[in-house]
Design a protein around this ligand. Structure first.
Ligand SMILES: Cc1ncc(COP(=O)(O)O)c(C=O)c1O
Length: 446
């Protein structure tokens, strides 16, 4: 089974002439032969430039919670932008959105930004200003965006360079980051209770924040062990450290109130993006009244020309409205559960060792593992190459998860039972082809 990709590849070559690697985000580049140019999306589907249709489980790396080009969102944005898009004044749309976010998540104050990167960058600054301390703890394999401080030991860190578990090495994810700033960053293995307690005990006087993705949304959807998020909360309370939940992926996706609601643990600051706007660029930092009170002219700088613009706020209001009025997350959870169970059954029947981690609205399929991974180091034992071969088979059959097993399968409200059945049929056929050795060879993609 091979798809015609003539037009797609012509366009991609054209893209490469003026755009580095033909993509505007490095994560979108697979290889010259397999990077797609997409022309359209609707509901659960996307189409490439040759008209091939795919059931989309990448969903733009997670933002599409309702479906592509979802009418309620598109209609509201189209209506609102007829009256202008940006005014350098507060609009009623911003007030409406702040009220919705507060109601759904329990944060007391909220500021808008455009991307998750901006949100985590500002959250760290707020925490530093509030505590008058400079360092922070993050966890190995967690990704918090593209600003310098958080680009150490992220999900892009290769196997075998993280150092000994008891003395982790901060591994820089990119060139161009001043080496000296890593003195402010402590990376600890996720779910490692003893290492976390030790690091906090030894360094609390310098620690402004602990920033955590409550589910490892960029590294195999590793789940927090029972008591783990509670321990982080307890340590933050004891040592007056600001707890930041980075809910860029989990927010408005795993529960209306995100991970705080799902796991029953409250953070001091929370960052949201992705599902908040169903694909429109909007993000937010929420927090307690007390901590957010440092955000004021002359104290903590937090701003941006496009923050709270009409396109973003109209989209987010329409998305949250749908989330509140319709059984969006209940439907996603039921259909996602069916998909997870179906995949589990097919792989078990085929005798392929695997685990499925995460929750039904964002889960990872990790081949070659016998036990649920507890941290990034465990996750790195998965057979990422076998998974890539499986995914190429799926893509040939019109089903599109990411080829990288770190990146979860995301579901939207538009992925109904029929779509799940179709996906499972394709999955079974892809696994059979893999088992019989009928696979087209694809070179591994880094
Ligand atoms: C947990 C988390 N935080 C922050 C970010 C950065 O968000 P953005 O890509 O909108 O800058 C991402 C992006 O994937 C993310 O997954």
């Amino acid at each position: 089974m091979t798809r015609e990709l003539k037009r797609t590849q012509e366009l991609f070559q054209q893209a490469k002439q003026h755009i580095p690697f033909g993509v505007n985000s490095n994560f979108r580049y697979w290889s010259d032969d397999t990077t797609l140019v997409v022309t359209r999306g609707e509901g659960p589907y996307i189409w490439d430039a040759d008209g091939n249709r795919y059931i989309d489980y990448r969903l733009g790396f997670g933002p599409i919670i309702l479906g592509h080009a979802y009418p309620a969102v598109i209609d509201r944005v189209s209506r609102e932008i007829r009256n202008g898009t940006i005014f350098a004044w507060t609009t009623p749309l911003e007030i409406e959105l702040a009220e919705r976010i507060v109601r759904l998540t329990g944060v007391e104050k909220v500021r808008l930004t455009n991307t998750g990167t901006e949100a985590t960058m500002h959250a760290l600054r707020i925490a530093r200003a509030y505590t008058d301390r400079d360092a922070f703890i993050k966890f190995e394999g967690q990704y918090h965006g593209m600003h310098d401080y958080v680009l150490f030991s992220t999900a892009s860190t290769p196997r075998g360079v993280l150092g000994a578990r008891k003395s982790p090495i901060n591994v820089q994810t990119s060139s161009g980051i001043p080496e000296d700033i890593q003195q402010y960053v402590y990376n600890v293995p996720y779910n490692d209770f003893r290492m976390l307690e030790k690091t906090v005990r030894e360094s609390w006087t310098e620690l402004a924040a602990i920033i955590v993705e409550p589910i490892m949304g960029n590294a195999g959807a590793v789940m927090p062990k029972p008591g783990w998020l509670e321990l982080i909360r307890e340590l933050c309370d004891k040592y007056e450290i600001v707890l930041i939940f980075d809910e860029v992926k989990t927010g408005f996706r795993i529960a209306r109130g995100g991970a705080q609601e799902y796991f029953g643990v409250k953070a001091d600051l929370v960052t949201y993006a992705k599902a908040l706007g169903n694909g429109f660029p909007v993000a937010a930092i929420g927090g307690t009244e007390e901590i957010m009170s440092v955000v004021r002219p002359g104290q903590v700088a937090l701003g941006g020309t496009y923050s709270g613009n009409v396109v973003a706020t109209a989209a987010a209001n329409a998305t949250l409205d749908t989330l509140e009025k319709e059984p969006v997350l209940e439907t996603i959870m039921a259909n996602g559960r069916k998909l997870m169970d179906g995949i589990d059954e097919i792989l078990t029947r085929a005798g392929i060792p695997h685990v499925i981690s995460g929750v039904p609205s964002m889960f990872a399929v990790l081949l070659g593992l016998e036990h649920q991974p507890e941290d990034f180091r465990d996750y790195q034992d998965s057979d990422a190459y076998l998974y890539q071969q499986l995914v190429f088979q799926l893509i040939d059959r019109g089903v599109m998860p990411d080829i990288d097993d770190r990146e979860p399968w995301f579901l939207s409200y538009s992925h109904d039972e029929r779509i799940i059945d179709e996906t499972l049929d394709a999955f079974e056929s892809a696994v059979n082809a893999l088992v019989k050795g009928e696979v087209t060879y694809h070179a591994p993609i880094a």
